[in-house]
Design a protein around this ligand. Structure first.
Ligand SMILES: [Zn+2]
Length: 423
């Protein structure tokens, strides 16, 4: 860790292998909760055994973990998952550096919005830049390919290490963080961690959290021709929506300095609304699901209480809702906010590596989304930054893409980081 960048030997990466591995990963349609989510983990097990890394593969006991009081939540049906680490071991006298990256991807969405099959990756030139397009290209199989490539480069160079570097691909990040939770419960620990999520190679040492909730609004059904004798659950959502908008405004009136680059640091958003079962019936039931942003330094409990109080307050002002209050339930992903302390060495080390490669400091700021960072830092006590290829705006979008140069640059950066931390 005391080595300066100048004393680090120049270790080349294999760019062709990196691209080939990334394309292979993208061909596995590892949507969260599908069988392919396991396939991609098994693929890596096989490849890393062939590459002579020290591979640990275990079956994740999803049912047992989901009973753990600290279980981070899950939004898809899943009865099985596979845990994997692959270690390039040093002589045991140096620190442990963890690279964590999720291998699950979100569904492709509207296929007509894609210019090709989301799971047949394509390499193309756009605006003179070399891109790879496919579901997961940016979020975050490019990052997984980069961390893999970096470890392989150091191994192939035959450089003896004092510390160890551990590759940890995980499932279930997109719907709560099952894989990283399982990793920590399996006993994996480290002195520092990089998660190469798409940050456009900025450094993200903090994340706002995100809590999934459901509102249940009750009305009174009657024939629409006599609607004044019923109560529409759809109409009763309206004052609740306004109350939530004003809650969002209050919660964003003053935000931590590392979050100030975002127009809205802690969004509160409704994502689904379902109501009614017949066009000429006044609907007596509505459910709405959404996501509440959790501020840095705020606990999940505090954030939940704020939303529940706002809903209760608006219900108290409406005669029907006072008698039939809107129910709030918390389900699915419960991402706490998380923050690596500003003086953690990992921030300076990754900044130094970036400066050495690009001749300028990377930007450092908090992300407005929940991620595995809060588990690694909060539960695992592992100082963690996100630093990886790709623009988060391309994530979860049709024709998801990543710039090949950013992927190779990230791999080069991670090589230097391995040598500085573990060399
Ligand atoms: Zn991601």
């Amino acid at each position: 860790m005391t080595q300066t960048p100048q004393s680090v030997p120049d270790v080349p990466i294999d760019e062709a292998a990196l691209v080939a591995d990334l394309l292979d990963l993208l061909r596995i349609p590892s949507v969260s909760g599908t069988a392919a989510e396991l396939d991609v983990q098994e693929y890596l097990v096989e490849r890393w055994r062939t590459e002579d890394l020290d591979v640990d593969r275990w079956d994740i006991d999803v049912a047992a973990l989901s009973r753990d009081p600290q279980f981070p939540g899950m939004e898809v049906e899943r009865s099985a998952a596979v845990g994997v680490t692959a270690t390039l071991a040093g002589d045991g006298t140096g620190p442990v550096l963890l690279f964590n990256g999720h291998t699950d991807v979100v569904p492709p969405g509207d296929l007509d919005a894609w210019t090709g099959d989301p799971f047949i990756p394509r390499r193309m030139t756009v605006d003179g830049r070399d891109r790879i397009v496919g579901r997961g290209a940016c979020d975050m199989k490019a990052g997984v390919a980069a961390m893999w490539t970096a470890v392989r480069a150091v191994k192939d160079a035959g450089i003896p290490l004092r510390g160890s570097v551990v590759l940890a691909p995980v499932s279930g990040e997109e719907d709560g963080g099952l894989g990283t939770f399982a990793l920590l419960r399996h006993g994996v620990t480290a002195d520092m961690c990089v998660v190469p999520e798409p940050t456009a190679m900025d450094i993200i040492p903090a994340n706002g959290g995100a809590l999934t909730f459901r509102l249940t609004v009750r009305g009174l059904a009657t024939h629409a021709s006599r609607r004044t004798e019923g109560v529409s659950a759809i109409e009763k959502l309206y004052p609740v929506l306004l109350a939530l908008q004003s809650l969002e405004e209050r919660r964003n009136a003053e935000v931590d300095v590392v979050m100030q680059r975002w127009p809205l640091a802690y969004p509160l958003s409704i994502g689904t609304v379902q109501a009614g079962d017949w066009a000429s019936t006044v609907p007596d039931l509505l459910t709405a699901e959404g996501r509440l942003g959790v501020a840095l330094g705020e606990t999940n409990e505090e954030a939940r209480t704020a939303l529940e109080a706002a809903v209760a307050a608006v219900c108290a002002t409406d005669p029907w809702l006072a008698e039939h209050p809107v129910e709030v339930t918390w389900w699915g992903g419960q991402f706490a906010s998380g923050r690596t302390p500003a003086d953690s060495p990992v921030i300076g080390l990754v900044s130094g590596v970036h400066r050495g490669l690009h001749g300028r400091d990377p930007e450092v700021y908090g992300g407005p989304y929940g991620s595995d960072l809060r588990l690694l830092m909060g539960l695992g006590g592992i100082p963690t930054v996100q630093y990886g290829p790709g623009d988060a705006a391309a994530a979860h979008a049709p024709d998801e893409w990543v710039d090949v140069d950013e992927v190779t640059d990230t791999a080069r950066g991670l090589v230097r980081l391995i040598l500085q931390v573990c060399g």
